[in-house]
Design a protein around this ligand. Structure first.
Ligand code: KIV
Length: 272
């Protein structure tokens, strides 16, 4: 458990808002499976996002678009079984909420019933207002996601920093206000200028969770595989690597292969 995580009670959406009120930063990570979720929950993370980044780091796709509702439910169900303290949030995948609020509600209900998620995350602002309203009306907590929204990669054309120009920044501020007014409990701000993220974080009473959005957000999130150095091909400026697991795993496996090839493994104590 982190030395800063003194409160062992279950994290709820309400407690995240209280953390913002008392200036306590919110530490978030992604996870996609039981074993890793157990480890990062035990280490004191406050919120675990089962991100549709599973499409990249678990399935090897170049975008998040192929992820299906069934796949998100499978990953989230595995994570939920492991987690005792953190809030578990499931990303709604591309095509399950855009343009049809009834379908959005049906998708969110499936997630809550079949995966034991405690909230859903949904990408976008005014264009998905109806979907957010309908999901919230069923008592399902919603986390927004503004700035770089990877499900819209084909519209953006690149993963560059968003909202650098005035018009896009103004729309982001409006969307952030709207998400709060509708009743979202938090929002992810991805890859936007730090100054803009600071302005939004100061104005809102719900927490902002930044990724590439500077140090003034109320919390931070990273993709677990990136911060643990499992996925070494991805090195954006905002990423801090806390481990080099790809080297650790590579060395361990190479050692094992040598031991098998030389008949060193198994030895007499390792057999029946
Ligand atoms: O899918 C994901 O992992 C995310 C985070 C990067 C916020 O949306």
């Amino acid at each position: 458990m982190s030395t800063y995580t003194e409160d062992l009670r279950k994290v709820t959406t309400r407690r995240l808002i209280e953390m913002k009120q008392r200036g306590e930063k919110i530490a978030c990570l992604t996870a996609y499976d039981y074993s890793m979720a157990r480890l990062i929950d035990e280490a004191g993370v406050d919120l675990i996002l089962v991100g549709d980044s599973a499409s990249n780091v678990m399935a090897g796709h170049t975008t998040t678009l192929p992820m299906t509702l069934d796949q998100m439910i499978y990953h989230t169900d595995s994570v939920s079984r492991a987690v005792k303290r953190a809030l578990v949030v499931c990303d709604m995948p591309f095509g399950t909420y855009q343009g049809n609020s009834k379908q959005a509600l049906a998708s969110a209900i499936r997630i809550m019933k079949e995966s034991a998620a405690e909230a859903v995350k949904i990408e976008g602002g005014s264009e998905i207002r109806e979907s957010i309203e309908r999901i919230l009306s069923a008592g399902i907590p919603v986390c927004g996601h503004l700035g770089l929204t990877p499900q819209s990669i084909n519209k953006f054309g690149s993963y560059a920093v968003r909202a650098r120009d005035e018009a896009e920044a103004a729309k982001l501020v409006e969307d952030a206000r709207m998400l709060q007014e509708l009743g979202c409990f938090a929002m992810v701000l991805e890859k936007i200028p730090a100054q803009l993220a600071e302005q939004v974080s100061k104005e809102l009473s719900i927490p902002t969770i930044g990724i590439g959005a500077g140090g003034q957000c109320d919390g931070q999130i990273l993709v677990m595989h990136d911060m643990l150095g499992i996925n070494k091909g991805f090195s954006p400026r905002f990423l801090r690597r806390y481990a080099d697991l790809s080297s650790v795993i590579n060395q361990a496996v190479a050692h094992y292969v040598d031991d098998v090839k030389t008949s060193d493994f198994p030895n007499e104590r390792e057999q029946y």
